[in-house]
Design a binder for this molecule. Structure first.
Ligand code: H2U
Ligand code: ZN
Length: 346
């Protein structure tokens, strides 16, 4: 019998942040990138679209008009999933029917007045302004006594359910810490109690040494394909310094975050030469007023595309019933992303 090889033999990998397992089946991708790589023409969009509800000066649902904004613009979501004035209460019938009222605030963040851009196409100072708005919003919303967690995220691309190509993201914040960050918070706290160090500091150091899963880095941030990635080209951005939220970033570190965001999203766009869809989110410490010494700021990118602009990964079958699975190894995905240019397509 041959010796166990991560690049060849089926195996499972452990995600220490969520304590979930993922099945990796590298032998299924032995055939490298065969088949056509059809390149649908890059859609070109106007800088202003009179029918877009996010463009400056346009009317949104409900009749409110956007101001003639010139950089970023934040507004309360007109169809907010969570509302600040929901009455408090709960239902509990034994151990089986349990419900709790949940208050929150939802906002939309326009990255730019230019309808035609994506983050990958914005210049570094413009992305830096988005970083500043994220930090401001996290601070302002998180300071409300009934808000204990602030989730900043972006759905990009129609295939991710994004309703509008205008560059924008969202913020949903609420009373309780939602599932994913709750689980990640527990795992980080347990790791710290057990090892006396930070899970993601240790992980960043390990990946900086091994480099096989690194995509790109700068003095303050690294972008990598996690060892336990589920989505084919999933990545994570980690701060090198142990900080728990955007608020702790220095001026220089904010620029560095903008830099790595641009370089990573440009690489994504170069992968299949299409505007690359993804869900991106920032994980920061809860805003519950407590200390979270184990929390380490990071961003997740979850892109669904598999091997071309049209072949998408679905989480079905075994993945819904057992656990997620991938064929392409995280190391092979990182190598592909690493080899791409950081300049936009001509
Ligand atoms: P997506 O980025 O996932 O498409 O979401 C856009 C958000 O914009 C969505 O949450 C909100 C929707 O509720 N929206 C408004 O707040 N006002 C509008 O006029 C249209 C859409
Ligand atoms: Zn627009």
């Amino acid at each position: 019998m041959a010796e166990f090889d991560l690049s060849e033999h089926p195996h499972r990998r452990f995600n220490p942040l969520t304590k979930q397992w993922i099945l990796v089946s590298p032998h299924r991708t032995r055939r490298p990138w065969q088949g056509q790589q059809e390149k649908p023409p890059r859609e070109s969009r106007p800088s202003y679209d009179s029918t877009c509800y996010l463009c400056p000066g346009n009317e949104r649902a409900g009749g409110v008009r956007n101001p003639p904004y010139t950089s970023t613009f934040v507004f309360d979501n007109d169809f907010a999933a969570l509302l600040p004035d929901t009455p408090q209460g709960e239902r509990k019938e034994g151990d089986l029917l349990i419900a709790q009222a949940e208050r929150g605030i939802c906002r939309v963040v326009c990255y730019s007045p230019d309808h035609s851009l994506t983050m990958a196409e914005m210049d570094p100072p413009a992305i830096r302004r988005v970083v500043d708005v994220w930090a401001e919003q996290y601070k302002e919303i998180g300071a409300r006594s009934f808000i204990n967690y602030v989730q900043i995220f972006e759905n990009k691309g129609e295939i991710m359910g994004c309703s509008n190509p205008h560059p924008h993201g969202q913020i949903w914040s609420n009373e309780t810490v939602p599932q994913e960050p709750y689980i990640e918070g527990q795992a980080q706290a347990e790791y710290r109690a057990r090892k006396g160090s930070c899970l993601l500091c240790d992980y960043a150091a390990l990946e900086t040494r091994q480099r096989v899963r690194m995509v790109c880095d700068n003095g303050h941030f690294i972008a990598l394909v996690p060892f336990w990635a589920v989505w084919p080209f999933e990545t994570m951005i980690l701060s090198r310094r142990h900080i728990a939220s955007l608020l702790e970033l220095s001026d220089e570190e904010r620029d560095a975050l903008a830099d790595i965001l641009r370089r990573l999203t440009v690489r994504y766009d170069r992968l299949f030469e299409v505007s690359f869809p993804y869900t991106m989110g920032i994980h920061q410490q809860p805003t519950d007023g407590r200390n979270h010494p184990a929390w380490h700021l990071h961003l997740h990118f979850y892109p669904p595309l598999l091997r071309s602009a049209t072949v998408k990964k679905f989480m079905v079958g075994y993945e819904m019933l057992a656990n997620p699975q991938r064929d392409l190894t995280p190391e092979a995905a990182a190598e592909r992303l690493r080899s791409l240019p950081e300049t936009p397509a001509p």
